[in-house]
Design a protein. Structure first.
Length: 70
């Protein structure tokens, strides 16, 4: 699963709107939309804030191969 898909899934599970999440991490709602559409990614500081709010790690948000054997 891609970062954009995971972000949307976690956001919806937590019950945040894009506007609410954007305020919590200090960005515009349109940026959340861009993240979820795969058009861009947050900087590392915003990614850490997102992961913390979602109760996960940055690694879990960005890695698509966590369940594959290395």
């Amino acid at each position: 699963m891609k970062f954009s898909e995971k972000l949307k899934m976690f956001r919806m599970q937590k019950g945040y709107t894009q506007a609410e999440l954007s305020k919590l991490i200090g960005t515009d709602r349109s940026n959340i939309s861009r993240y979820e559409n795969g058009e861009t990614s947050p900087d590392i500081y915003k990614a850490v804030k997102i992961a913390t709010l979602m109760g996960t790690t940055c690694e879990e948000l960005v890695r698509s191969d966590l369940h594959k054997e290395i």
